[in-house]
Ligand binder design. Structure first.
Ligand SMILES: Nc1ncnc2c1ncn2[C@@H]1O[C@H](COP(=O)(O)OP(=O)(O)OP(=O)(O)O)[C@@H](O)[C@H]1O
Ligand SMILES: [Mg+2]
Length: 384
């Protein structure tokens, strides 16, 4: 088991910057995910960590010792590559045993270890199968078992679940978490699936264009994203354009109304900003209820209802600030989650007023043009 540190890692391919100034410490036994869009440098960072790629700058340190110059097989790391390359001419058992055979472990020990891993990953019944005789999920399990067989001190998983369907994916990610916890292996898992990252990580590293956008626990990243990029990338989020009215008082302004919003004290007076509110935070209210400085109100027409199980997500169009008709300043779309059992009260075509409860929103600086391009969705609309 090990503590892993990446210091100032940078890597270019020609004039393409893949990773720039990447700093991260992963604690002993911790599971960290790299989350970000395609091409943001996740695989490159993982390959540099494993030793398959040499960084232009920076160092990789395991338990206080620098390993930057060491070849992959001397770093004590196990890696599952994107697209899990199993040896096609070997059975599941032989694939799992491969690293132990290379290390010339005694046959009895190998057999015991492989049996244990086949059991851990529910692969006993396909032990004699070749990769083409196994399902995608089974092959994925074999790739994981093979990486773990040699008892790596660090496990690097590059999109280990990308090739399997949604149900198997969910089962496997629970298994990875259980196995990782049982064995206490320091693990980095790469994904571009935010639900996957939030569900199994101790901490999430949000990456964008080769740099770390932010690092935090799933709960913190979800509740208090610190950048517009993270907010847009993780979970469904309403982004409502506002302006900072008073930094000192923590007030923002929209449609002639001022209201308190967490985060406003960190932005300059007059700054263009986004008020972030999760669909589940918005509270349906009676249309007559007044807005106040503590509790701004929005109103719109239900355009679409989407069933999510316990909740129904309502998409409102023609949205205005304020509960009464004097509102203007249209917001393109607003997502509101209500209990499915209550959704019958707001069929498509009806009007709905919602309040933004105190403390449930957060203000951040409006995204830059570059961020907007990276996220590719429009401000003022719900991100799902
Ligand atoms: N060997 C290479 N030669 C040239 N460019 C490369 C090479 N490897 C990666 N890149 C470039 O570096 C950037 C980062 O690539 P990387 O594979 O790390 O992204 P990623 O986050 O893993 O993406 P994905 O989610 O699609 O797997 C990309 O722009 C990619 O085109
Ligand atoms: Mg990749």
């Amino acid at each position: 088991m090990a503590r892993l540190e990446l210091h100032g890692i940078s890597k270019r391919f020609g004039d393409q910057v893949a990773v720039a100034g990447f700093d991260l410490s992963v604690e002993d036994g911790e599971l960290v995910t790299f989350l970000g869009p395609s091409g943001c440098g996740k695989t490159t960072t993982l390959r540099i960590t494993a030793g398959f790629e040499t960084p232009d700058t920076g160092s990789v340190v395991v338990d206080g010792s620098e390993v930057t110059g060491l070849p992959p097989n001397r770093r004590g790391m196990g890696m599952v590559f994107q697209g899990y390359a199993l040896f096609p001419n070997m059975t599941a058992r032989d694939n799992v045993e491969f690293g132990l055979a290379v290390r010339r472990r005694p046959p009895a020990e190998r057999r015991r270890r492989v049996d244990e891993l086949l059991g851990l990953f529910h692969l006993e019944h396909v032990a004699g199968h070749y990769p083409h005789q196994m399902s995608g999920g089974q092959q994925q399990r074999v790739a994981l078992a093979r990486a773990i067989a040699v008892e790596p001190s660090v496990l690097l998983l590059d999109e280990p679940l990308s090739a399997v369907d949604a149900k198997v994916r969910e089962e496997l990610r629970t298994e990875i978490r259980r196995m990782q916890g049982q064995l206490g292996i320091t693990t980095i898992l790469v994904t571009h699936d935010q639900a996957e990252a939030l569900s199994i990580s101790d901490r999430v590293v949000v990456m964008n264009s080769g740099v770390i956008e932010e690092v935090g626990t799933p709960a913190r990243i979800y509740a208090e994203p610190r950048s517009a990029f993270t907010a847009g990338f993780i979970g469904a989020m309403n982004e409502l354009p506002v302006r900072v009215a008073s930094r000192r008082e923590g007030l923002v302004e929209r449609a002639g109304r001022r209201f308190a919003a967490p985060g406003a004290t960190e932005l300059p007076d007059g700054a263009a900003a986004l008020l972030l509110v999760r669909p589940e935070s918005l509270e349906p209210i009676e249309a007559a209820a007044a807005a106040s400085e503590e509790r701004p109100v929005l109103r719109g027409r239900v355009d679409v209802q989407t069933f999510l199980g316990a909740t129904m997500r309502l998409f409102l169009g023609g949205v205005v600030w304020g509960a009464a008709a004097e509102g203007d300043h249209e917001i393109e779309q607003l997502a509101v989650d209500v209990p499915s059992s209550a959704a019958g009260r707001w069929p498509v075509g009806t009007e709905l007023s919602v309040a933004i409860p105190v403390g449930s929103s957060r203000v951040i600086a409006a995204r830059t043009a570059a961020e907007a391009a990276a996220v590719t969705r429009r401000p003022g609309s719900a991100r799902t």
